[in-house]
Design a protein around this ligand. Structure first.
Ligand SMILES: NC(=O)c1ccc[n+]([C@@H]2O[C@H](COP(=O)([O-])OP(=O)(O)OC[C@H]3O[C@@H](n4cnc5c(N)ncnc54)[C@H](OP(=O)(O)O)[C@@H]3O)[C@@H](O)[C@H]2O)c1
Length: 317
């Protein structure tokens, strides 16, 4: 145990942190300290059963974060935008984590971030609306503009730019019934490729970054599992579920108006993916991602393991 590098993992009961904890637990050179607000939850108990040390901390409480980071070599930091929908809260949480990492003397932090889209679409660019007064894609911009907290605090950090989870198909972004009753994937992506990834691979990449020692400190590592148009995704989904799914390209403005919480934010996000796909795809070099995680799944491979978890709305009547 003493020769293992201890990694504190924020969000360990969730998607990114969970995959990171599981990936690190497979590697005998690492030990995992899993952060949760509720060590008695089923997810926290499962982590303890798998060999993690489970500690109670809250990213809104700096003292609890420092305690969770004390004695650790490294940390995986992620924020939870959809828990509060506030870019300012997200930035404050990132700043708090960076300060706590400095206080605890963390030697390698991975900060799960995303592009500040305002570098590409300035606020006065009216191709998409400005949201909440000063953002284009609030849950991207807040993360990207929080990167400097880690550098300012002098925390040795790798900036991990993630991508669209294919697992979203299981939790709300799966096929719907179109007006004619057929199965459709409705997204405002035009014919542009969508960079997607299996959640489980995010953690495996994070483990690969930590296993590479200091190599990626100070660097931005941008990841995906595959870049596919939504029409290609629909075709592969059709094969996997044995029912025809077609892609319906809608206008970003229509998507923004769908009315669910976060529709405007994610509408702008898809428009950013569509309008800047050369940048977004080019930034996510699958060769590097595969070096960090040789088990990286393609969408077809992810479907082979998970298609039966995707909810398929029943036929009407
Ligand atoms: N969905 C996508 O396609 C996608 C793609 C790229 C990036 N992202 C980003 O991923 C982030 C979310 O990460 P995720 O998907 O891993 O989240 P998630 O699966 O929803 O995980 C949430 C976990 O975070 C913990 N948590 C929530 N608030 C906390 C707090 N105040 N202090 C400590 N722990 C807290 C909860 O653990 P306990 O209840 O056990 O405390 C929960 O298990 C978002 O900011 C989103 O923008 C999402």
């Amino acid at each position: 145990m003493a020769d293992k590098k201890l990694i504190t993992v924020v969000g360990a009961t969730g998607a990114q942190g969970g995959s990171t904890a599981r990936a690190l637990l497979r590697d005998p050179s690492f030990a995992v300290r899993a952060v949760t607000r509720d060590p008695d939850s089923d997810a926290a108990r499962a982590l303890a059963d798998a060999g993690a040390e489970v500690v109670r901390a809250d990213i809104d409480d700096e003292a609890s974060l420092v305690a969770a980071l004390e004695g650790a070599y490294g940390a995986y930091f992620v924020t939870f935008f959809w828990a509060h929908f506030s870019p300012e809260v997200e930035q404050a949480q990132a700043e708090r984590m960076a300060r706590a990492a400095k206080t605890a003397g963390i030697q390698h932090a991975i900060w799960s971030t995303l592009e500040d889209t305002r570098r590409f679409v300035p606020l006065d660019d009216d191709r998409m609306p400005t949201l909440m007064g000063e953002y284009k894609v609030p849950h991207f911009d807040a993360k990207g503009s929080a990167n400097h907290f880690f550098t300012d605090a002098g925390v040795p950090t790798t900036f991990l730019q993630t991508a669209f989870y294919w697992d979203n198909l299981i939790v709300g972004s799966g096929p719907q019934r179109g007006e004619d009753g057929s199965l459709v994937l409705m997204l405002p992506m035009g014919d542009a490729p969508l960079s997607g990834i299996a959640v489980e691979d995010i953690g495996k990449v994070a483990a690969g970054i930590l296993a590479a020692g200091d190599t990626y400190i100070g660097q931005t590592v941008s990841i995906a599992g595959e870049h596919l148009t939504v029409a290609e995704m629909a075709a592969q989904l059709s094969d996997a579920i044995g029912q025809s799914v077609t892609y319906v390209a809608i206008d970003p403005e229509v998507y923004r108006g769908l009315g669910f919480p976060g529709a405007e934010d994610t509408g702008n996000m898809f428009q950013f993916f569509r309008d800047f796909s050369d940048y977004f795809v080019g930034e996510r070099d699958l060769t590097l991602v595969r070096q960090l995680n040789p088990e990286l799944l393609s969408f077809r491979e992810w479907l082979a393991a998970h298609a039966d978890e995707i909810p398929i709305p029943p036929e009407e009547g």
